[in-house]
Design a protein around this ligand. Structure first.
Ligand code: NAD
Ligand code: DAU
Length: 348
């Protein structure tokens, strides 16, 4: 039995990764460490919470004393590190929170992992989950690949870039086995409704304005979250030591085109007159330092590890909309309390 630590497992992507590992690997004991910030939600893991090979631990990766004692107690064979502050708009308002969790928190985990295995790292692995935003922004053409220079523009992406560098540095300096993946925009069930797709689904349900930043001509490369979880599984088991893998959906959309598609699908699902949701579109003040375009060249993971997305964007979007419509209670829970204050500050 291997002890695997997954951080941030109560969040959006983390919960899908925890579920996949708990269900597919009975020879792993999965420890899910999560501080349960506004973005963490144990309702995401109701279906697996009683499994024998699963343990939830509430705790903060910024607390080094706690982290060291946890590693001493459980001697984790591997870490899959997803815990992070993840929303760009919040990073613009509160950069320090991002430095604390994303940079200091990552270093605390690296130190504890090094402290546990420094004398013999064999069969051990630290897997750091990162983002394509570390590469900065693209113009109208070109793609990010694994050798693109880091050029982060937001406090969020700067903190993620910094954490990537520390992971790499622990590999070079202390010989710690590691792998990093940098993924494009995820969407799917359980995403907190501060990000574009679930925010707009929730607003359409409640006939609230859809706040499109700037002129809406910004481009993102969208990937269904379960395809990201499958890629993480592959990279964790088959990825080469000290390598980086870019993960993307081969699926670029201008925000405004995506919002039009979403509106059309939501009108159909809600049996509203075609064009009802589109009328909610409101162009608002642009995000500061808004990156124009992200697009991933995912040919390395495709060619070397045989990964590719399993659903088209149309299919993934259908599954996502259906999930939110069938889980209105989940939406109601996460949009009460703190969410209302955040929404007020961000959009009024
Ligand atoms: P999320 O915000 O939904 O979840 C983050 C989780 O981390 C939450 O459960 C939260 O409680 C936990 N957490 C936050 N601070 C913590 C701390 N100090 N100690 C312990 N736990 C803490 O994020 P997500 O969208 O699921 O992203 C997960 C990871 O994937 C992040 O590292 C993010 O940078 C990366 N990523 C996200 C995307 C995306 O499109 N969402 C794309 C590429 C990479
Ligand atoms: O590229 C990967 C990254 O994708 C992840 O690392 C981040 O954790 C994740 O949040 C995401 O970042 P983005 O900033 O691209 O995602 P977001 O959903 O916030 O915004 C997507 C696009 O939609 C972006 O161009 C901004 C725009 N937008 C977003 C919101 C929330 C709007 O126009 N209006 C909005 O209200």
């Amino acid at each position: 039995m291997k002890n695997i630590l997954i951080t941030g497992g109560a969040g959006f992507i983390g919960s899908h990764v925890v579920r996949l590992f708990v269900n597919n690997y009975p020879n792993y004991h999965i420890f899910n460490l999560d501080a349960l910030t506004y973005a963490g939600n144990l309702e995401n893991l109701e279906d697996i919470k009683h499994k024998e090979n699963y343990t939830f631990i509430k705790g903060n990766i910024v607390d080094s004393t706690f982290i060291n004692s946890l590693f001493t107690e459980y001697q984790f064979d591997a870490v899959i590190h997803l815990a992070a502050e993840s929303h760009v708009d919040r990073s613009i308002n509160e950069p320090l929170a991002f430095v604390k969790t994303n940079v200091l928190g990552t270093i605390n985990l690296l130190e504890a992992f090094k402290g546990t295995w420094e004398l013999d790292f064999s069969d051990k692995r630290f897997y750091h989950i990162s983002t394509d935003e570390v590469y900065g922004t693209l113009g109208a053409t070109g793609l990010f690949n694994e050798t693109t220079a880091y050029d982060p523009n937001s406090p969020y992406s700067a903190s993620k870039a910094s954490s990537d560098h520390f992971v790499r540095a622990y590999g070079e300096t202390y010989g710690m086995p590691y792998v990093i993946s940098n993924c494009s925009n995820n969407y799917g069930p359980n995403q907190f409704p501060e990000k574009l797709i679930p925010l707009f689904i929730n607003n359409i349900i409640h006939s609230k304005p859809l706040p499109v930043y700037g002129d809406g001509n910004y481009t993102r490369d969208w990937l269904y979250v379960i395809d990201h979880a499958n890629a993480i599984d592959l990279v964790f088991h088959k990825g080469k030591n000290k390598e980086t893998y870019n993960i993307g959906g081969f699926n670029e959309w201008k925000n405004i085109d995506l919002v039009w598609l979403l509106c059309k699908k939501m009108d159909l699902k809600l049996e509203r007159y075609n064009g009802t949701s589109k009328q909610l579109i409101t162009f608002v003040k642009d995000r500061l330092g808004h990156d124009l375009r992200y697009a991933i060249d995912a040919s390395k993971i495709k060619n070397e590890l045989g990964w590719q997305p399993s659903v088209t964007f149309e299919e993934g979007l259908e599954l996502t909309i259906d999930w939110y419509l069938q889980n209105k209670e989940w939406l109601n829970h996460v949009t009460s309390g703190e969410y209302q204050d955040y929404y007020e500050k961000q959009y009024t």
